[in-house]
Design a protein around this ligand. Structure first.
Ligand code: NCD
Length: 433
C-alpha cells in the first residue's frame, strides 16, 4: 500500500459514505478491532490489518461503488479530506472519466492555441530527489502554461536533506513557501510522509518502486486517445506489460487504473525475478478482467491492442543480473510485425535505455506509426495541468474564463460585422449623393 493503513481505511469509509460501525460490520470485525487498525502506524497499539481483509475490501466493497453526485471531482479523489494525489487508488471509473474531460479542456492551452492565467501568482515546489527529465520538466511546464511559477530542487546533494534534514521538516518548511508540491523520492511511501506533514496539496511524482499516478493517468489517456482514433474501446481490449514489472512503478499504477475497466485481457511478461507483485495482480483481477502471466515475449505480444514496455530499473538493484538485459526480452520491429496487429500501439513511459546491451525498446520502430511513445510523452502536459487545476480547485474559474473568452470573441465578431455594415451604408450613402 502506498498510503498508510489508516489513510486507506479512512478513504474506504469516505468513498463508501458509511460510518466506522458499518464498515466493521461489512468486513466482519468488531469496532474495537477496526479502531486498532485505524491507529497511526507509529502508535504502540497499532495492529496491521490482514491481507485478506484488504483484498476483501478491494474486491467486494470498492469494486462496484458509484460515487455520489454531490461531491466535486476534487472531493471525490481527495485522500482523507486532503487534496493530495498519492495513488491511483483515489480514482474510480466515474472520477477518471471526469478527470480526462478536464485534460481535454487543457489540451488547447497546453499547445498555446488558447491562453489561460488561472494559476497566476501561484508557486509550485518541484522537489525531485531522484533522476528525472520528462516528469520534472512536464510538471513545471504544465504549471507555467496555467500562469504559475516553479521552484525546483534536484537530488539530495543540493538539498538540506544532505545535512540530515527529515522529510517532516522539509515538507513543513516548503509547505510555507509554495502552493502545491510535486515530490519524487527513492523510498516507497516517502511522498505520503511528505503529505502528512503539510496542508498544501502534494503530488506523488514517483516514490521508489511504489506508484507513479500522473504517469499512469497520462498512459491511460494516451490509450483512450489512440483508441478513439482507431475506433476501439478500452473495455474488452488486450494489453501486455513487459519488462521490469517488480520495480517499475508506472506499471503498478497503470495496472491498478486498468482494473477500473471491464473484460480486459492483461498479459504480463518479465525476466524471472522481476515479476509483478501478487498484491497488484489481485487488485486488478476484478470486473471480469483476466490477468495472465506469459512464459515468452512472443506469447505475450500475440494479438494485443497495447504493448507497454518498461526499462529494467537498474538503480533499484545492488547487482542487476546480466540475464535481465537479454535480447530475447527486447521489443523490436520484427517481433511487432510477426506477433502484433496493424493497429497495435506500442508504449513505454521513457526513458528507454539506449546503452549497448540494455536491449530496451528498439529504435528500429521509430518510424512506425504504431510507436506511440512520443505522443504519450506529449500527453504529460494536459494531464499534469488537469492535476494542478483540480487539486487547486480552479476548474470553475477555467470554465468561466473559457466562457468569457468565447463571449468576448463573439462580441468582437458581432461588433466587427456591425461596424462593417454601418461603414457600407455610409459609403453607399456617399455614392448615391
Ligand atoms: C519512469 C519512472 O521514473 O518511473 N519514467 C517516467 O517518469 N517517465 C520510468 C523509468 O524510469 O523507467
Amino acid at each position: 500500500m502506498v498510503i498508510s493503513q489508516q489513510e486507506f481505511l479512512f478513504s474506504v469509509i469516505k468513498r463508501l459514505d458509511i460510518t466506522k460501525n458499518i464498515l466493521a460490520a461489512k468486513i466482519g470485525v468488531s469496532l474495537h478491532t477496526l479502531n486498532l487498525w485505524l491507529l497511526p502506524e507509529d502508535s504502540v497499539e497499532f495492529v496491521p490489518m490482514p491481507n485478506e481483509i484488504e483484498e476483501f475490501i478491494y474486491k467486494q466493497l470498492l469494486c462496484n461503488i458509484s460515487k455520489s453526485k454531490k461531491y466535486s471531482l476534487r472531493d471525490n479523489i481527495a485522500l482523507n479530506g486532503k487534496n493530495h494525489l498519492l495513488s491511483v487508488d483515489q480514482f474510480d471509473r466515474e472520477s477518471l472519466e471526469n478527470f480526462f474531460r478536464v485534460a481535454d479542456l487543457m489540451k488547447p492551452i497546453s499547445r498555446r492555441q488558447k491562453i489561460s492565467r488561472i494559476l497566476e501568482g501561484a508557486v509550485l515546489g518541484n522537489l525531485f530527489f531522484e533522476a528525472s527529465t520528462r516528469t520534472r520538466v512536464s510538471f513545471g511546464t504544465a504549471f507555467c502554461r496555467l500562469g504559475g511559477s516553479v521552484c525546483d530542487t534536484t537530488g539530495f546533494t543540493f538539498s538540506s536533506m544532505a545535512k540530515g534534514e527529515s522529510i517532516y521538516d522539509t515538507s513543513r518548511v516548503i509547505g510555507g513557501y509554495v502552493d502545491i508540491m510535486v515530490v519524487r523520492h527513492p523510498e516507497q511511501g516517502s511522498v505520503a510522509e511528505f503529505s502528512r506533514a503539510t496542508n498544501i496539496p502534494v503530488v506523488n511524482g514517483g516514490d521508489g518502486p511504489g506508484e507513479h499516478p500522473s504517469q499512469a493517468l497520462l498512459d491511460l489517456y494516451t490509450i483512450r486517445t489512440e483508441f478513439s482514433r482507431l475506433g476501439k474501446s478500452i473495455d474488452g481490449s488486450c494489453v501486455v506489460m513487459i519488462g521490469d514489472l517488480k520495480y517499475g512503478r508506472t506499471v503498478h499504477s497503470l495496472l491498478k487504473l486498468l482494473s477500473l475497466y471491464k473484460g480486459l485481457k492483461i498479459s504480463l511478461f518479465s525476466p524471472p525475478g522481476l515479476e509483478m507483485p501478487d498484491s497488484i495482480i489481485n487488485y486488478a483481477s476484478v470486473n471480469g478482467n483476466c490477468v495472465d502471466i506469459k512464459s515468452s515475449l512472443e506469447e505475450g505480444l500475440d494479438g494485443v491492442d497495447v504493448v507497454y514496455a518498461t526499462r529494467v530499473q537498474k538503480e533499484r538493484f545492488t547487482n542487476p543480473m546480466n540475464e535481465y538485459f537479454d535480447k530475447k526480452f527486447q521489443i523490436d520491429l520484427s517481433k511487432i510485425n510477426s506477433n502484433c496487429k496493424k493497429d497495435t500501439i506500442v508504449m513505454h513511459p521513457l526513458p528507454r535505455d539506449g546503452r549497448p546491451g540494455a536491449n530496451d525498446l528498439s529504435i528500429d520502430l521509430n518510424n512506425d506509426s504504431r510507436l506511440a511513445i512520443f505522443r504519450q510523452a506529449d500527453n504529460g502536459i494536459p494531464i499534469r495541468m488537469a492535476i494542478f487545476a483540480i487539486l487547486l480547485g480552479v476548474i470553475t474559474w477555467l470554465i468561466i474564463h473559457y466562457a468569457m473568452y468565447s463571449g468576448l470573441y463573439l462580441l468582437t465578431l458581432g461588433l466587427t460585422i456591425l461596424l462593417s455594415i454601418v461603414c457600407n451604408i455610409v459609403y453607399l450613402g456617399f455614392i448615391s449623393l
